[in-house]
Design a protein around this ligand. Sequence first.
Ligand code: SF4
Length: 370
Amino acid sequence: MFDEDAKLVFSRELLAWYRAHKRDLPWRRTRNPYHIWVSEVMLQQTRVETVKPYFERFVSLFPTVEALAEAPEETVLKAWEGLGYYSRARNLQAAAREVAERYGGEVPDAKERFAALKGVGPYTAGAVMSIAFNRREPAVDGNVMRVLSRYFCIEEDIAKGGTRAMMERLQYELIPEGEASDFNQAIMELGALVCTPKSPHCLTCPVMARCAGRLEGKEESLPIKTKAKPPRPEYRACAFVVDERGERVLLRRRPAEGLLADMWEPPHVEFGAAGWSPAQADADLGDALAGWLGEALGAAAVRPTGSAGTYEHTFSHIHWNVRVHRFTAAAAALAAEPPEPYRWVDRDGLARHPLPNVFVRMLKAEGFLA
Ligand code: SF4
């Protein structure tokens, strides 16, 4: 289907370029499959520079599959805090437990076994099998689809499963014998450094001479991708409750299932669900939140002290607008332990509770986190 000579040139030039120009990254200094697996999970939808310190901290905290399997979930989530997509951390730990129990802590080097672990999709399976074990397996992500679409001038919609399957076959054919580890990393590296989403650097590209997309002037318009639905806006009112001495903050634990499962946060509620509207005046909203919180805590226990602004966060399918109000807790509220899932947490304690990013920003702005 594609020109055999163009395929050979692509594989040869790309590999030579990678060996001369590859970045020195912490996960490239190891063949430890567990460490490579951790890096691949972290790198999904997160930039390399952001991942570096997280990766190094994570593998020093949990250096082996067993160490991760045995760690308390809260410690794992805390180490992941700021990377987002917390279900990935939970799945990684669940998979590590499976590897510890079923495979004696050795990451399986057979794709079917590895791909059957919790949270391991086709990309992660292909990446770990090829990078760690040098197995001839494709690992097609957005970067790879962009590079292949452009080089071979593929005008199929990359959001379609059929296009991905075709790219997997193509990448498989392109992998030179015995070179899966370097070759798969080479395509990813080209996509990250040269064949970038906007304004690709074609003049420094090792495969420019045979790039069909560039020769047809389509390097900027490829790949073709139908737009995903924009995230649904969700308006939330949040109570930032501090004790009278300004030392402790009221947090609650999120449910064990769903978005941001098991993480900690200041209490908040969706406007529609509480019967209020985002257009509500701040003074009214403060009173309404105080009443809502009093019910949740079992006492009319908090006093509004003003608005603390709005914070936004985009998840894959929801966009949060969080309007925050400050409250001071009355002494009566402090005397007793709040009911589950609420908890008073001091400044040191905040460093041990895994918190969603949006609330890390808020707590920093309020001077509760450094
Ligand atoms: S020549 Fe340009 S469009 Fe083609 S692969 Fe290289 S960077 Fe991408």
